[in-house]
Design a binder for this molecule. Structure first.
Ligand code: NAD
Length: 237
């Protein structure tokens, strides 16, 4: 018999970057499932304000989230940004901004919750990476490198905490129609669509169910350090 350690509803969920796009769709999906969700984002009426790249800001935001939720059972790291530049023109500031938000931010947020999740012998962490972590992207070297870092960080953290029933995985979406990709050149997007076996970008609601699966029992029980790919067939592994 499979033992259930948590009810599959009413759980305390933190979603970073939950004001927009994939994070918002995931937050809405957990709410629809009957979970209690706190969104952390840069600003916004319902969100707890945070800059995920800043240690003190992260610490304060998680303290507020913990007060609201009691315990944090599930963390989804979806906060991220995307800029575009060939390496030869890329400033160090552009590189550092991307790595700070897209990679260091994931580390800082995970660090806030792993202790309590290990103690309560139950936790699910879902990091939103990108399929560019695997295949790279022209003009997106900083972003691709940060996301590859997220995948490797996820595997390493998963190894550290799985024995305490804290399961850490990542989702590596393909191109999804959100405000994030509005900044990318039309040229890039046209070429990208032509490459995709499905011939289209996804929408955020098509990614959210993968997060619910990873957080579910028994459906998510055996995923440890995996990278799941809702990506229109862009990468197959
Ligand atoms: N849209 C895509 O095609 C795509 C593909 C693969 C991966 N992703 C990843 O999915 C995640 C969500 O992206 P999205 O497409 O929903 O983008 P989005 O721009 O719609 O949402 C990103 C959210 O992150 C927040 N954010 C950005 N910087 C932050 C910071 N320093 N601190 C706190 N919050 C911050 C933004 O305010 C925004 O609400 C990102 O990690 C992104 O890299 C997106």
């Amino acid at each position: 018999m499979i033992e259930r350690h948590r009810t599959s509803t009413g759980r305390g969920v933190v979603v970073t970057g939950g004001n927009s796009g994939i994070g918002r769709a995931i937050a809405e999906a957990f709410v629809a499932n009957g979970d209690r969700v706190v969104v952390l984002d840069r600003a916004g009426a319902d969100a707890v304000s945070v800059d995920v790249s800043q240690e003190e800001s992260v610490r304060a935001a998680f303290a507020t989230a913990r007060q609201r939720l009691g315990s944090i059972d599930i963390l989804v790291n979806s906060a991220g940004l995307l800029t575009e530049s060939p390496v030869q023109d890329m400033t160090l500031a552009m590189w550092n901004e991307t790595v700070s938000v897209d990679l260091t931010g994931v580390f800082l947020c995970c660090r806030e919750v792993v202790g309590e999740m290990r103690q309560q012998k139950w936790g699910r962490i879902i990091n939103i990476a990108s399929q560019l972590a695997i295949k790279g992207g022209t003009g997106l070297s900083h972003y691709s490198a940060a996301k590859a870092g997220v995948v490797a960080f996820t595997k390493s953290l998963a190894l550290e905490v799985a024995s305490d029933n804290v399961l850490v995985n990542s989702i590596a979406p393909g191109p999804i129609e959100t405000p994030l990709v509005q900044g990318i050149s039309e040229e890039w997007k046209l070429a990208k669509r032509a490459e995709l076996p499905l011939g289209r970008f996804g929408v955020a609601a098509e990614v959210a169910p993968t997060a619910l699966l990873l957080a579910s029992e028994p459906g998510g029980n055996l995923y440890v350090g995996q990278t799941l790919g809702p990506n229109s067939g862009d990468v197959m592994q």
